[in-house]
Design a protein around this ligand. Structure first.
Ligand code: AP5
Length: 215
């Protein structure tokens, strides 16, 4: 499958994307994970992205498109891809259209994960993420806790809070989403491949998305 997962911070994009990879081997591509990896590695990309991310602002479109142009041409994308957190602005969506046309690829679906704001705030303050860059399993101290001593159940690394999980950064991320990313719902609605999906149950979201793709 070739799909985009849209949704506010904490809507469950990463959780649903990980479940969807089991469906047909499509690869999850999370620009957030790629950027956090670059920050951790201290690469040039990471140095440029760090400040924006910690403040809860978007990284410049040009940096993101550079990453995605290369990533979508890697061999593991041949089976399909689940875009998690990209595109995030209208210019990114327009550039993605050009890139896909160049690669002769078509999107199957854009799933817009919908969750009430109070649920989002609760999820973001209770999330924990595996600190191992190759694992990055997502936990939640209420709905899916790590081990009692705070370790990842898959690889044993510490499950930690992200640097952008302060109240200030969460507030900026939600405002940025409303201003810059929510307009993509209209953009893909016009293209005719948008499906709104309630994201209160990740398993149900996966069923609705795979059901829509089969049709
Ligand atoms: P990114 O990593 O993409 O963060 P985000 O969009 O803010 O999304 P999150 O990862 O916070 O949430 P999610 O929707 O994946 O939810 P999750 O599944 O974890 O981006 C981070 C930063 O990188 C950006 O702020 C920006 O600076 C930069 N960036 C990234 N992409 C960019 C781009 N394209 N352009 C420019 N800048 C970019 O779930 C959240 C919690 O809820 C978890 O604890 C989970 O366990 C729990 N949960 C999920 N589903 C359920 C459920 N059904 N029931 C109960 N709990 C649930």
């Amino acid at each position: 499958m070739r799909i985009i997962l849209l949704g506010a911070p904490g809507a469950g994009k990463g959780t649903v994307a990980k479940l969807l990879t089991a469906y047909d081997g499509s690869v999850q591509i999370s620009t957030g994970d790629i950027l956090r990896g670059a920050v951790k590695a201290g690469s040039e990309l990471g140095k440029k992205a760090k400040g924006y991310m910690e403040r809860g602002e978007l990284v410049p479109d040009s940096l993101i498109m550079e990453i995605m142009e290369a990533r979508l041409q890697e061999p593991d994308c041949a089976k399909g891809f689940i875009l998690d957190g990209f595109p995030r602005t209208i210019p990114q969506a327009e550039d993605l259209e050009k890139l896909l046309a160049k690669l002769k690829l078509k999107l199957d679906l854009v799933a817009n994960l919908e969750v009430p704001r109070d649920v989002i705030l609760d999820r973001l303050t209770t999330r924990r993420t595996c600190s191992n860059q190759d694992c990055q399993e997502i936990y939640n101290i209420k709905s899916k806790p790590p081990s009692p001593d705070g370790k990842c159940l898959k690889c044993g690394s510490p499950a930690i809070q992200r640097a952008d999980e302060t109240v200030e950064a969460i507030t900026v991320r939600l405002e940025t989403y409303n201003q810059k990313t929510a307009p993509l719902i209209g953009f893909y609605g016009k293209v005719g491949i948008l499906k709104n999906v309630s994201s209160l149950s990740s398993e149900q979201s996966v069923k609705e998305i795979t059901g829509a793709i089969k049709k």
